[in-house]
Ligand binder design. Structure first.
Ligand code: NDP
Ligand code: X2W
Length: 346
């Protein structure tokens, strides 16, 4: 059994990790840390876990958590993982960070984007960007994983085959994303409460969202030409889910058959990415509570634009599900272990 701990287990990604890890056949949960609920029974804090877990939240003591675990998930707000990763380096433990501290390889870009100093620059090279569809071989041997951002995952899975195969003008990509409010975490501000959003819908951070450099970093490393994206996120009155509609102008001579062939080839062996059949359209609900991504791919012959509809659950493939997928790859387990959930309908 793999001894697993979660730092910041009282948040939304922490609870989603528990949902995947409690039934995981190869996992034994060891430490579940919290600042505000030390000694509270986990199933008192999370009544949906009654009968599933008999543990208490504990204080974060790095030497105990890293010293007694094989794998540790860090689920803290941005800026807190650098010091922890440095502490972990003294132990034989694998770390999967769900935050953004090690996603951006360029330190200046990271510091400008997050307005915080990169306090562990020497560890950056050891962090593998945790998108299995792009970095599976590196993930197998990694000690540290920087789990991708949620919008970024939906954008990259939607655009990587097009960029990899030079199907689209790399400067023409427009990503229009909608997200449920759980993306903002459990202690979100008033403007992200469902009561404020119900019956409404709004855009935020249109020109400066912190995921823009992350999307561009990963698309640029897949492309011979410079990639620049336009990205606008929107909040919708839903608990979870991301729906990205992505537009890009196709290059001269590229046909819909070329596009379908590239997407099919890219994902035919991927356990969690599903390219829909012609005419099928995705709905956020169809991936809720799962680690799946569904893609609808079409060429608009009239405008010459590729349109990709990409859906994930922000807490699933956008966070905890992808983190468990990365753990499975790092420990040589079947990639779907613990991740065989099916979306709830209706
Ligand atoms: N929500 C999402 O959809 C996604 C989130 N992420 C990233 O994952 C990480 C966790 O997100 P999420 O679970 O949503 O966040 P939450 O706000 O829901 O939870 C964060 C947890 O961290 C603990 N915490 C909060 N502030 C501090 C602090 N200053 N020092 C130490 N611990 C603190 C809190 O627990 P306590 O007070 O008990 O200690 C809290 O439960 C973030 O970096 C986020 O950006 C990534 C992808 C998707
Ligand atoms: C609704 C909402 O606020 N969403 C978050 C993204 C959440 C996420 O998953 O991104 P990180 O992993 O980078 O935190 C935002 O727009 O900043």
């Amino acid at each position: 059994m793999i001894k697993v701990s979660i730092i910041g287990a009282t948040g939304y990604t922490g609870s989603e990790l528990l949902r995947y890890l409690i039934p995981h056949p190869e996992v034994e949960l060891v430490h579940l840390t919290s600042r505000s609920h030390v000694d509270t029974k986990v199933d008192s804090y999370y009544p949906f876990l009654k009968g599933s877990i008999d543990k208490q939240f504990s204080e974060l003591k790095p030497e105990t958590v890293f010293g007694e675990s094989d794998a540790v998930f860090i689920c803290l707000p941005h800026g807190h993982s650098m010091e922890l990763a440095a502490a972990a380096s003294a132990y034989d433990v694998k770390v999967i960070d769900l935050g953004a501290d090690f996603r951006l390889k360029n330190i200046d870009v990271y510091e400008a984007t997050y307005n915080v100093e990169q306090a562990a620059p020497n560890l950056l090279k050891d962090f593998v960007y945790g998108l299995p569809e792009k970095y599976r071989d590196d993930i197998k041997n990694a000690k540290y994983i920087a789990n991708p951002g949620c919008f970024v995952t939906s954008a990259l899975l939607g655009m990587l085959p097009a960029v990899n195969n030079a199907l689209v003008d790399e400067q023409s990509i427009i990503i229009d994303s909608k997200t449920g409010v759980s993306g903002a975490g459990r202690s979100a501000s008033v403007d992200k409460l469902l009561t404020e959003l119900m019956g409404s819908f709004k855009a935020y951070n249109p020109l400066a969202h912190r995921h823009i450099p992350e999307i561009e970093q990963e698309l640029n490393s897949a492309s011979e030409n410079a990639v620049q994206v336009q990205f606008t996120p929107h909040l919708i009155p839903a608990e979870r889910g991301i729906f990205s509609t992505i537009y890009a102008t196709v290059k001269d001579g590229i046909t819909e058959a070329d596009i379908i062939e590239s997407y099919t080839r890219a994902y035919e062996h991927e356990p969690f990415v599903h390219v829909l059949r012609p005419g099928e359209l995705p709905q956020m609900k169809h991936v809720a509570g799962t680690n799946s991504c569904q893609l609808a791919v079409q060429l608009d012959e009239r405008t010459g634009r590729l349109i990709v509809l990409s859906i994930i659950d922000n807490l699933g493939k956008g966070a905890a599900g992808q983190a468990v997928q990365n753990m499975n790859i790092m420990f040589g387990l079947p990639e779907k272990s613990g991740l065989n959930t099916i979306a709830m309908m209706p």
